[in-house]
Ligand binder design. Structure first.
Ligand code: AMP
Ligand code: MG
Length: 642
């Protein structure tokens, strides 16, 4: 049996998440962790490799705790208001850093500062406030002192030989202070695992580079490097390698000579270019441990151990890569770095919508939390595992059991938070997204308000507003019967806030002579007569689609079934030549450098949940919306404020 055929078998036997994690663990632990010696100030956040024992006492000598006088308690036993006792002052002042030279003998005292070493003979300190000067070089006391009063004895804070920090504990600023006080300038800590990171794929271009046709930016490489650093590793990002077996094998072997772990992404599905897992089998024993895990996102995950080093192929799609990293790799990396498992914090919330799930795979749904009328709601942020924003817009994730095929709307769920300090938004906007909205939310956020915009389209936003789950729902819905925008769709408890107008029109490439000089109706009429002319439509339910259908008058030209869900997707299809014409809004046409024949103005307004009108963040939004600056900014971006 060839190595390739053998690995295919392993891909067919998909393991459960827990089984895969257990096998990976068993192949990696227990293991000896590398140590390194670091200067104390560089050890922040590291795990201590060996117990650290105090080499000296702290404080190193008996010292005064207050500003005052060092004396012998026995000399002032009888002092009282009626019978003050006079002590002569010795001829030195013990400031901090001054070693005493004179003995405190019977009937004498020595001025001493807080932290000053107690002179020989003295056994107590009195505060300066509780003494009176008595002529030159003498003081009077009107109350007795007890032996040991205001004295810290040598070693009372930390005693020589005492264990200060235990192996495995983490160094925070507080530990640094303690070790510094004991004179420890360097210590042994667990070395950060060196993690080599390689992206794979012919289509990848590093961020900062220009995309050619069919190319995408490498999101995984930089993202995984960041996640490695966040979890105690030392990332070594080596860029993207083409899907070429020998180049890939060479890069992987080189990476492994210098690294403790190798993380790849892409190339785990069974396409012609997917070679990585075959190479792993040649890199060292035991090789592939799991290829295919019943996780969603993340099924193509491949876990291997080659001569003691973890070698992992994360799925290519960024959300899947990130999720599997956090779920399966971060725990292993943290153990290798000597760090404790990440503290998990959870909150309960309700799902506002039905969430479908694949039977047989443990599914993780990224969610954003918003404050609803009856507690927290967890809105799914996912746009499919190919999207990178699912993570950044989420507060945490919900786990749906492998045995469930969905979670119903209204279900109580547990949300595992990405960060233990959850901050709920001050302003929640759910509905249709528009770049004009960013012109308002930007300044709000710069002013310190937390704003969350969840893009679910006009109808989804209206439903959320009716349930009282948001403050504002941006909508642009045209009512055929009344021929009016938005107002006819409002129900009780909602109020329409006029937003801005967006000019809808027909877009085409500027250099396309077929559309030169034509208005929107003429352009569409011409396109309908020319079967080389390909359209791009919009999804059912979109305001743009309603306008288009009216223009088409029942015609179904070539391209009609290509129905993307955004203004931008229409512009991209036309700009790249996948289609020749479509309908989008003026600012988007402008951004893509397309020719634009205006057709009709669309009203983009906001449905306000009236009960939330008085919230400060809502007021701030409304003030901005009406301000001269924002109206100017909207106009400059191609919108017409209402
Ligand atoms: P693959 O497993 O290589 O077939 O990749 C699956 C999908 O993930 C493809 O659409 C790839 O273009 C995409 N992908 C792979 N690597 C990356 C990466 N480093 N950054 C962004 N997307 C990627
Ligand atoms: Mg690939």
């Amino acid at each position: 049996m060839s190595a390739g055929a053998k690995t295919q078998d392993q891909f067919l036997s998909i393991l459960s998440r827990d089984e895969a994690a257990a096998r990976f663990d068993a192949a990696l632990f227990p293991r000896v962790l590398r140590h390194e010696r670091l200067a104390l100030t560089d050890a922040l956040g590291r795990a201590v490799a060996q117990d650290v024992v105090a080499p000296t006492d702290a404080p190193p000598f008996d010292r005064a705790n207050v500003d005052g006088f060092a004396l012998r308690a026995a000399d002032v036993t009888g002092a009282s208001e009626g019978t003050p006792i006079r002590l002569s002052l010795n001829g030195e002042i013990i400031a901090c850093g001054v070693a005493p030279g004179l003995r405190v003998t019977e009937g004498s005292a020595t001025p001493i500062a807080t932290g000053g070493p107690l002179p020989r003979g003295a056994d107590a300190v009195v505060m300066i406030e509780q003494t009176q000067p008595a002529g030159h070089d003498a003081i009077e006391l009107r109350r007795p002192a007890t032996p040991g009063q205001f004295v810290s004895y040598a070693g009372s804070d930390m005693a020589r030989g005492e264990t200060l920090v235990r192996a495995g504990s983490l160094i925070s600023a507080r530990e640094i202070g303690m070790l510094a006080a004991c004179g420890i300038g360097a210590l042994d800590v667990i070395a950060r695992p060196r993690v080599a990171i390689l992206s794979t794929g012919d289509e990848l271009v590093q961020p900062g580079g220009r995309l050619g046709p069919a190319q995408i930016h490498d999101a995984n490489g930089p993202m995984i490097a960041g996640a490695v650093a966040e979890n105690g590793g030392d990332p070594l990002f080596l860029g993207a390698i083409h899907d070429d077996e020998s180049a890939l094998e060479k890069a992987m072997r080189e990476a492994l000579t210098n690294a403790d772990m190798l993380l790849l992404s892409g190339g785990t599905s069974k396409g012609a270019g997917d070679l990585t897992y075959r190479i792993i089998a040649r890199l060292g024993a035991p090789g592939v441990i799991a290829h295919g895990v019943a996780l969603k996102p993340g099924k193509p995950l491949c876990l291997a151990v080659c001569d003691g080093k973890p070698v992992v192929i994360l799925p290519g799609f960024p959300t899947s890569a990130m999720f599997t990293f956090h779920d399966m790799i971060a725990p292993v990396l943290r153990r290798m770095a000597g760090l404790p498992a990440r503290a998990e914090s959870k909150v309960t919330a309700r799902l506002p919508v039905h969430v479908a799930s694949e039977l047989g795979r443990t599914e993780f749904v990224m969610t954003a939390l918003v404050d609803g009328p009856e507690g927290l709601l967890a809105y799914p942020t996912g746009k499919g595992s190919g999207a990178v924003t699912s993570f950044t817009q989420a507060d945490g994730f919900v786990k749906i059991d492998a045995l469930a095929d969905h979670a119903p709307a209204g279900a109580q769920v547990e949300v595992t938070l990405f960060s233990p300090n959850l901050r709920l938004p001050d302003l929640t906007i759910i509905g249709s997204h528009c770049t004009g909205l960013d012109l308002i939310t930007g300044p709000l956020m710069a002013g310190g308000r937390q704003v969350r915009v969840i893009a679910v389209g006009s109808l989804g936003g209206l439903a959320a507003a009716r349930r009282g789950e948001c403050d504002l729902a941006p909508i642009h819905l045209f009512d055929d019967k009344s021929e009016a925008y938005n107002q006819p769709f409002l129900s009780e408890g909602l109020e329409l806030i006029p937003g801005w107008r967006r000019m809808q029109g027909i877009v085409h490439r500027r250099d396309d002579p077929r559309f030169e000089g034509l208005d929107a109706r003429a352009a569409v009429a011409k396109a309908l007569l020319d079967d080389t002319c390909l359209m791009v439509n919009r999804n059912q339910g979109a305001g743009t689609r309603i306008l288009l259908d009216r223009l088409l008058g029942g015609a179904r030209p070539e391209g009609y079934w290509n129905q993307p869900k955004s203004h931008n997707a229409v512009a991209a299809a036309v700009a790249q030549g996948r289609a020749d014409w479509g309908m989008t809004i003026a600012p988007v046409a402008q951004a893509y450098g397309l020719g634009f024949a205006p057709f009709a103005e669309e009203h983009y307004d906001l449905a306000l949940v009236a009960a939330r009108r008085e919230k400060p963040a809502v007021q701030a939004f409304l003030d901005l919306l009406r301000s001269a600056e924002i109206r100017q900014a909207l106009t400059a971006a191609g919108f017409r404020p209402a």
